[in-house]
Ligand binder design. Structure first.
Ligand code: SF4
Length: 308
């Protein structure tokens, strides 16, 4: 099928099956263009909870589709690419959290939403990069906190809030590539640009970057908001390169330059027009959460979403 035929078939199947396609900003640009809703993890979780569609095709990675399935147990949640994992989510197990809780029965486990349902099953409250600082600030001041699994986001929150936390030693292998040197070299090349950095990057807690007047740390939705609201015309982008598609579409008069064109998440690119079409046509691959963990795993997500 040609690209136009695929798009036509996807639209037809969406109507026929009362389905919607949710896509993350890191998705392939063709998939972003056919999505009914585009967002970051928090925005997509909220959308999954409020849509009246019967079928959700989640063009993202597995933990995101699991979160949608936890929030909307009455809906059929499909992931087009079965192999779409995540280095961060796959780097920690529920057992690791259970072990920590056994040694710290009064401690609080905060898990980044980039975790499996099995890990959420042992979590007290979830956070995304958009609300992580607010979530940590909401915790009792005297509680011991274990932040799981992204050490870079954890270090950034510690620097922002002053809150000492025990950090799990995990990372996103895509954002892990963004060093302070990479950012400073790019600033030397583009001294007028604002630099918009995702806190999963290890440079996000480096004083040379944190205190640099050109640098701003944001979730993906924050990066998009800053770029639209700023009077500046040039921006250096330090997050997954898929975000540039939306930035350029929304801001035609502005220039967006990736700090490196190697900041690519191969998992997020696994959903293509073909696989979205096949997911809709064959209603595959359905994401199901074992009933013995689904209720408990939803609790930390609900707590996070109730936080104003
Ligand atoms: S960019 Fe990193 S955290 Fe996001 S899905 Fe890819 S591997 Fe996981």
């Amino acid at each position: 099928m040609t690209k136009q035929e695929l798009i036509h078939e996807i639209e037809r199947l969406k109507k026929e099956k009362n389905a919607i396609v949710l896509a993350h900003y890191y998705s392939d640009s063709d998939v972003q263009d056919i999505a009914d809703f585009l967002g970051d993890s928090l925005e997509l979780s909220r959308k999954a909870g409020t849509t009246d569609a019967s079928v959700i095709v989640f063009a993202g990675v597995h933990f995101m589709a699991e979160t949608a399935a936890l929030i909307s147990p009455d809906k059929k949640v499909l992931i087009p690419a079965l192999g779409a994992g995540c280095s961060l989510a796959d780097g920690v197990t529920g057992q690791a959290l259970a072990n920590w809780k056994a040694s710290n029965p009064d401690g609080i486990i905060v898990s980044y939403v980039n975790t499996t349902a099995e890990v959420k099953n042992y979590t007290d409250i979830c956070c995304t990069s958009a609300n992580a600082v607010a979530v940590v600030k909401s915790l009792p001041a005297d509680a011991k906190v274990y932040f799981v699994p992204d050490r870079n986001l954890g270090a950034y929150i510690t620097k922002s809030t002053g809150r000492q936390m025990e950090l799990y030693d995990g990372c996103c292998r895509v954002h892990e590539q963004v060093t302070a040197k990479m950012i400073l070299d790019k600033i030397a090349e583009y001294p007028q640009a604002d630099v918009l950095i995702h806190p999963e990057c290890p440079c996000s807690s480096d004083p040379a970057i944190l205190e640099h007047p050109n640098c701003y740390m944001y979730s993906t939705s924050g990066i998009l908001r800053h770029a639209t609201e700023s009077p500046k015309k040039q921006f250096l982008i330090a997050t997954e390169v898929g975000t540039l598609h939306k930035l350029r579409k929304d801001n035609p008069g502005k220039e967006f330059i990736p700090v490196s064109d190697k900041i690519v998440c191969e998992y997020m690119k696994m959903s293509t027009l073909e696989s979205v079409y096949e997911a809709l046509r064959d209603e595959k691959y359905e994401v199901k959460i074992p009933s013995e963990i689904s209720k408990r795993a939803l609790e930390p997500i609900t707590k996070m979403m109730e936080l104003k």
